[in-house]
Design a protein around this ligand. Structure first.
Ligand code: ADP
Ligand code: MG
Length: 310
């Protein structure tokens, strides 16, 4: 039997009302198991409750009710061990401007009670590519470097579970690659369980073994990535015509519409309609193709598909 790195039962969080506003039920009784050694994706639109859930796991936000178990330690019964088993790279770039990266790591290691002899600040700085900046003022670091420092801080106590909250939102391609390489390496070589939140479906598809989708404070789906996303067959082919078409392609199973830039978007389901059928309908409409690309389903489409049957 595989051990669970995280077990959450009936987790709720209600934020107190602010001023005249109503209370906010950010989590409404969520159960979640994450297998040890997996790369797990927590997906959902903005405001779904992802950060709330992660910050509760990390002991940064107090839950309203429910059970949280991290690496076999119940958060209420063994708060210290439960906290020691998890490291979080937060969504916000909050960094103390007066510490150099090296000092920031030493302070963080001190907070987690890592003895001096066991600290690995220099190795961690090298891992995230900040060794040249070890003694720079944090306020001189670029946004990408700050994010790398946040990842480094999450690693100082060698947690069994590493949580990354929207690690690639607004990040350039180079940093994204570096982050994913680091994450894969930690998972492969140290067996670190990885949990990441994202609202990029492709990222989750590429990185994660298993995915849970939360929406409006409730979990609406959880499955292996292939089961969850493999069943989604909505696709859109986008055609740039040589000249403005006199009519749009017309074929059962295809929904055609013209976009503002003149492109023709053709949505279809790959189990019913092949790409060849779509191209055939385009030619039959007398349209000459200058350029063509396909677009994958996005998170919105996934929600529609998942909630369609319900
Ligand atoms: P996500 O990370 O999925 O975007 P969050 O967990 O940040 O979602 O937020 C879930 C809901 O809880 C949102 O409606 C948000 O406005 C609300 N919320 C988050 N933090 C607070 C807070 N400190 N006080 C009041 N409401 C909050
Ligand atoms: Mg968030």
């Amino acid at each position: 039997m595989t051990k669970n790195a995280i077990e959450i039962r009936d987790l709720t969080k209600t934020y107190a009302s602010q001023g005249a506003g109503a209370e906010k039920h950010a989590l409404k009784g969520v159960d979640l198991d994450v297998k040890a050694g997996s790369i797990f994706g927590l997906l959902g639109p903005n405001g779904a409750g992802k950060s709330t859930m992660i910050n509760i796991m990390a002991g940064l936000v107090r839950k309203t009710s429910g059970k949280v178990n991290i690496w076999g330690f119940d958060q209420d019964e063994n708060p210290r061990q439960s906290r020691a088993a998890i490291g979080v790279m937060p969504q916000e770039l909050n960094i103390d401007p007066f510490f150099s990266p090296r000092n920031a790591l030493e302070v963080q290691a001190g907070l987690y009670g890592v003895p001096k002899a066991q600290r690995q600040s220099d190795e961690i700085l090298r891992l995230v590519g900040l060794e040249d900046k070890a003694h720079a003022y944090a306020r001189t670091l670029s946004g990408g470097m700050r994010r790398r420092l946040l990842l480094a801080k999450a690693l100082v106590h060698s947690p069994q579970v590493l949580v990354l909250d929207e690690p690639t939102a607004g990040v350039d391609i180079e940093l994204r690659q570096m982050l994913w390489e680091n994450v894969r390496m930690l998972n492969r070589e140290h067996g670190t369980t990885i949990i990441l939140t994202t609202h990029y479906l492709e990222e989750a598809e590429e990185m994660c073994d298993e995915i849970a989708i939360i929406q409006n404070g409730a979990k609406i789906a959880q499955d292996s990535t292939s089961n969850l996303l493999g069943g989604l067959d909505a696709k859109t082919m986008v055609i740039m015509p040589e000249e403005a078409p006199s009519a749009l392609p017309d074929l059962e199973g295809i929904t055609a519409c013209q976009r503002d830039n003149g492109a023709i978007a053709l949505s279809y389901h790959t189990r019913q309609t092949s790409a060849e059928d779509v191209l055939g309908a385009v030619r039959a409409a007398g349209i000459r193709i200058r350029d063509v690309k396909t677009e994958q389903a996005d998170l919105e489409d996934v929600f529609l598909e998942l909630t369609r049957g319900a």
